[in-house]
Design a protein around this ligand. Sequence first.
Ligand SMILES: N[C@@H](CCC(=O)N[C@@H](CS)C(=O)NCC(=O)O)C(=O)O
Length: 282
Amino acid sequence: MTATYELPKVWRDEGKNGGEFANINRPVSGPTHKRDLPVGEHPFQVYSLGTPNGVKVSIMFEELLELGITEAEYDAFIIKITEGDQFSSGFVGVNPNSKIPAMVDRSHDQPIRIFESGSILLYLAEKFDSFLPKNLVKRTEVMNWLFWQVGSAPYLGGGFGHFYSYAPEKIKYCIDRFTMETKRQLDVLDKNLASRTFCAGEEYTIADIAVWPWYGELVRGNLYNAAEFLDVTSYRNVSRWADLVYSRDPVKRGRLVNKTWGDEDQQLKERHSSDDFKAIRI
Ligand SMILES: N[C@@H](CCC(=O)N[C@@H](CS)C(=O)NCC(=O)O)C(=O)O
């Protein structure tokens, strides 16, 4: 047990806590500085970073382009969240919650802002009538897993990932609590995938695009270096599905967009054209 925390009557911000994200944590919202966002020439302007939440959007765009939907061309600009880019006036105007991913659809009379990865996936799926079945029963099952992902991932990322990987000290209570929940979530997904090919049934949908960058990458050993700790190979159905989704070329491309870590030749820092991928190893 670490030392107990004497709770003050009213919590006050004491500044940096030494954690990985100490520079960007703040108890208020809104912009910290004035700066406009860059704008490229395509209909969609994506402001993101190659995190699991960020690559959901680039994977979706790459999937749409793979289908031949050229109206889905996009510019993906990098938002360096550790440097506070999410608090610029321009970014806050697109997402008042200051989190990536966010985007603007400029193909209408008025630009439309879209934030929250689940909202972005749904917007694109509806706009281009892709990766979302029309049938009420099938569509509802896609929504179930899409919302499951958006609700569950903060336990995996903000809970497990934070305390296992980023916190300045390893606190057993926190790691145990979030490891328990992460393994429970993996088990939920594993049981679901025991009887179906994809998250919501036999069709690849936006539910898979949302779930894969988190749970798929986790069982492939690409998240938090935690594969052994979580005994990921025991989730056989999740592993089978993770490999199946990864076999798709748009997934292979999309997961490298706006990436700034890992192998240098696998980082596409900004994406403005399909030719940009020629410069990296996919
Ligand atoms: N529910 C949001 C979560 C987005 C999110 O947590 N983004 C993180 C990076 S993965 C972020 O921008 N963090 C910056 C910050 O907290 O200041 C979504 O799904 O879009």
